[in-house]
Design a protein around this ligand. Structure first.
Ligand SMILES: CCS(=O)(=O)c1ccc(CC(=O)Nc2nc(-c3ccccc3)c(C(=O)c3ccccc3CC(C)C)s2)cc1
Length: 244
């Protein structure tokens, strides 16, 4: 890679992250202290399990759609076969959503952006999966502690997505080449920011992401068994395609 290449690669990934980020950091900074009232929290907590799951699945699917757009603009992603693109999105899109969401986590009052305001864990009580919720909040805390810049988040998100170790890839070699160029881009950005020490911390975050996403799948399996009608006919098709 000549430096020019790497700078172009980083610039296009950062641009794509910015254009597909759904909400801007400055936009949500202004909302950080917009919390749900007691009545609004009561309303969420009085939703049935399947109602709240459906509500969240719709929100999550919306966030995933922006990640699909992000992926399409990562140099090299579109050269992969359709099946490999789907395989990478199937396992990586939730991970990127979690990385993105952790930008809008308020560590001072332990709230996450949800439905236009900032919500504490109590808002998600009726999902009946407290361990998943706690794990998502803990992950977001861990990500905030790293104080990543938007550029670092953009390259890290691309690296989370382009992973040659994902199961059932047709052309692992090709994915490896794209993955290596993105790795090179992230190393370049961290070197430029004089923060090489972040690299191994980011790989530790990837391991937490893996376990978090398998917990999400486990809860979804539990939910689909208990509420087959909601899961099969009321969840967004993309959510079922990617996670079920
Ligand atoms: C991702 C792009 S973004 O611009 O950063 C953005 C864009 C849009 C938003 C608003 C938003 O949709 N927030 C959601 N919050 C949570 C949530 C929920 C429980 C704890 C913590 C956050 C959503 C979920 O549905 C979720 C997320 C992770 C794991 C599990 C679930 C619930 C399961 C049952 C589907 S959706 C936030 C941030």
């Amino acid at each position: 890679h000549s430096l020019r290449n790497i700078d172009e690669l980083c610039a296009s990934i950062v641009r794509s992250h910015r254009e597909t980020s759904q909400y801007r950091v400055e936009e949500l900074q202004a909302l950080r202290w917009k919390l749900f009232s007691r009545e609004e929290i009561q309303a969420y907590q009085s939703k049935s399990v399947d109602e709240m799951w459906q509500h969240c699945a719709i929100r999550l699917t919306e966030a995933v759609q922006y990640v699909v757009e992000f992926a399409k603009h990562i140099p090299g992603f579109r050269m992969l076969s359709q099946n490999d693109q789907i395989a990478l999105l199937k396992t990586g899109s939730m991970e990127v959503v979690l990385v993105r969401m952790s930008r809008f986590f308020n560590t001072e009052n332990n709230t996450v952006f949800f439905d236009g305001k900032f919500a504490g864990t109590e808002v998600f009580k009726s999902l009946a999966c407290g361990d998943l919720i706690t794990a998502v909040f803990d992950f977001a805390h861990g990500m905030c502690a790293l104080k990543l810049t938007e550029q670092q988040i953009a390259l890290f998100s691309a690296l989370v997505l382009i992973n040659a170790d994902r199961p059932c890839l047709e052309d692992k070699g090709r994915v490896q080449r794209v993955q290596r160029s993105v790795e090179f881009g992230l190393t370049h950005i961290l070197h430029r920011d004089n923060q090489e020490s972040l690299m191994h911390k980011l790989y530790q975050r990837v391991a937490v992401l893996r376990s978090l996403c398998s917990l999400h799948m486990e809860k979804l399996r539990w939910f689909s068994q208990r509420y087959p009608l909601t899961a099969h006919s009321l969840f967004p098709p993309l959510y079922k395609e990617l996670f079920a």
